[in-house]
Write a new protein. Structure first.
Length: 276
């Protein structure tokens, strides 16, 4: 599974490529079932802290981030040495008002590189109606825009951060995904998504990949896991690979990792209501 020359060019020019076929509908459905079995066991939604650095909690997700069908396209975009920094669950219940305001992740993740990419995979239909992602092509090549913290209960972002400049939304492009498909975007690209007006949950997981020369420049400590090639830099503590879901030693590491990342994401914020 590789990107065509046109798709690589489009990624460089516009900052995204979508859709990319990754999993069969059956495979994606199996992963959704695993996630939902955990939710059922816990009696409801994932806890906020389980949404991020989740590759440390779920063995199936730790396997997914190493899947060549995901890494081959990522390698075409950022090179052969690849660290996975984070995974985040983005679940919008059917009919929920949950949304994601226009933002650029470069502003909040404390990462030094401009090469970080987000691969977002759909485990249920991510149609326009279900509130799929929208992007503003080319914004990854511009400056990091100013953002305001506009805390909102339905905003899935930590502090409701939103680009304060006027964006010409007519230029925005939807990235609808079928079950098992993914989009890839540069983390500087402005993106957003709206409410889920469909009758099914919108279940997605984002995977954030970076070259190993990247540094964490906001937090004192951070971790990552090498998914392909070599890491000659050692800027991130290597994360353990869980032997099974909720492997106790990986869970203990996740506790440290998710607290550390939450501090980075809320750095300078007036309120830390721990959505991630
Ligand atoms: O799930 C969404 O709609 C947006 C996710 C997002 O902001 C991201 O993956 O960076």
């Amino acid at each position: 599974m590789t990107l065509s020359e046109n798709e690589v060019e489009q990624f460089q020019r516009d900052g995204y490529v979508s859709p990319v076929d990754v999993l069969s509908v059956t495979e994606a459905g199996e992963l959704r079932k695993k996630l939902e079995a955990t939710e059922a066991k816990q009696g409801g939604a994932l806890y906020p802290e389980q949404r991020s650095k989740s590759f440390l909690l779920f063995k199936w997700l730790n396997d997914l981030i190493r899947d060549p069908r995901i890494l081959n396209p990522v390698e075409q975009l950022i090179g052969p040495d690849i660290l996975l920094w984070n995974t985040i669950f983005w679940i919008k219940e059917a009919g929920a008002e949950s949304f994601i305001s226009w933002h650029q992740d470069t502003k909040y993740w404390g990462l030094s590189s401009d090469q970080v990419v987000t691969a977002w995979i759909a485990l249920s239909p991510a149609s326009v109606e279900a509130g799929c992602m929208r992007v503003m092509p080319g914004t990854h090549r511009g400056e990091v825009l100013s953002h305001e913290d506009r805390y909102h209960a339905d905003n899935m972002l930590t502090r409701g951060q939103e680009i304060s400049a006027d964006l010409n939304e007519e230029r925005a492009v939807y990235m609808p995904l079928g079950v098992g498909q993914m989009s890839i975007h540069n983390y500087r690209l402005a993106h957003a998504s709206g409410a889920n007006k469909s009758t099914d949950r919108r279940v997605g997981v984002s995977m954030h990949f970076m070259p190993p020369d990247t540094e964490q420049i906001v937090g004192n400590w951070d971790c990552a896991t090498l998914v392909r090639g070599n890491d000659p830099y050692g800027n991130f503590e290597p994360a353990p690979v869980p032997a099974h879901d909720f492997d106790p030693s990986a869970v203990a590491f996740h506790d440290k990792a998710s607290k550390a990342i939450s501090e980075v994401l809320y750095a300078g914020a007036a309120v830390n209501d721990r959505k991630l």
